[in-house]
Design a protein around this ligand. Structure first.
Ligand SMILES: Nc1nc2c(ncn2[C@@H]2O[C@H](COP(=O)(O)OP(=O)(O)OP(=O)(O)O)[C@@H](O)[C@H]2O)c(=O)[nH]1
Ligand SMILES: [Mg+2]
Length: 301
């Protein structure tokens, strides 16, 4: 299955609701008409695009319709697509130029961090990269077990410490191991749940300082994993992670489980951070590099 078909499949729930209704509204367009714009705005909000972003998109569409004197629904669909694409940050892929480079995976519990790491390790492995997985979630022993299974499947190296040990020490050892073994990429799993939230942010901070010190010039990605089914709640967490961890990208998982794929637009416009991958299932090849044109096309067609 090609990428375009995969994203369409992954969006099937969203398409059943959002796309169908969107097509209905667009088909009703016959020229400048406030009812049309109101309906469209309401639909975008219901699809998790978010209040501000929906209003902005519809305002822009209204201006364009006026300016170009549009009357046909096909024209309006084309302009809406341009506006939606423009709302999304462009994804330039992962920066993994140095050897080793490092990817830090953060996010609250249960969003799909460990699964995403497994999928990424498989993808990078297929590209011929030597990958090392660091079990930085030391909160539960089961977390390291789960990661070691993925390491086995992906043929990746794996570094873990005992349950309850310091994640920053795991990262320190992983960097040393990666240098010794000539790894191309280190991917660090982190805990999503600690005794309280400030612990979590302090821990990420400490990990970050170890990376600063041990790999000062390395290419580095900090990816926040967000569960698409949590909608606007996820966005509030995201702002906090952005403040404390500094994010280079978002991985939006479980897009297959939501009818509100519009959340992608809310993320981009609220955070100004690109979505780099979307997860559309639990299998190894269910992680798709995000492409804003293909995504919007799949959503509207
Ligand atoms: N349908 C679907 N399920 C997913 C996707 N990504 C992850 N999952 C599932 O979500 C559940 C949680 O995934 P994990 O990878 O364990 O999540 P985590 O963030 O590491 O969780 P903690 O380690 O508890 O913080 C698992 O059952 C995964 O199979 C996705 O894109 N689609
Ligand atoms: Mg995990």
């Amino acid at each position: 299955m090609g990428f375009f078909d995969k994203i369409k499949n992954g969006l099937s729930k969203t398409k059943q609701s959002m796309t169908n209704k969107l097509n209905g509204v667009i088909a009703s367009f016959t020229g400048e008409n406030e009812e049309f714009f109101d309906e469209l705005e309401e639909l975008l909000i219901l699809s998790d695009v978010g209040g501000e972003a929906s209003m902005e998109a519809v305002d822009r569409l209204r201006d364009e319709v006026k300016r170009r004197g549009l009357r046909g629904s096909e024209e309006v669909r084309g302009v809406l697509k341009e506006i939606l694409v423009d709302m999304l940050e462009e994804n330039n892929g992962l920066d993994l130029k140095t050897k080793p480079s490092i990817i830090l995976i953060v996010g609250v519990n249960g969003v799909g961090k460990t699964t995403t790491i497994g999928k990424l390790a498989m993808e990078l492995g297929r590209q011929g990269k030597k990958v090392l997985l660091a079990a930085g979630d030391t909160f539960r022993a089961a977390a390291a077990e789960q990661l070691s299974v993925w390491a086995g499947r992906a043929g990746a190296d794996f570094v873990r410490h005992e349950e309850g040990s310091d994640p920053a020490a795991v990262v320190f050892d992983s960097i040393a191991a990666a240098k010794a073994r000539g790894s191309d990429v280190i991917i660090v799993d982190t805990a999503g749940r600690l005794h309280n939230k400030s612990n979590l942010m302090n821990e990420l901070n400490k990990i970050s300082r170890v990376i600063d010190r041990e790999l000062p010039d390395a290419s580095r990605e900090t990816l926040l994993v967000l569960d698409a089914t949590t909608g606007q709640n996820g966005l509030m967490q995201a702002e906090e992670f952005k403040r404390f961890a500094g994010l280079t990208g978002i991985v939006l998982t479980k897009l297959d489980g939501t009818a509100k794929g519009g959340i992608v637009f809310a993320i981009s416009s609220k955070l100004g951070v690109p979505v780099k991958y979307v997860g559309v299932g639990e299998q190894a090849d269910d992680l798709i590099p995000f492409d804003r044109d293909e995504f919007t096309e799949a959503l509207l067609s």
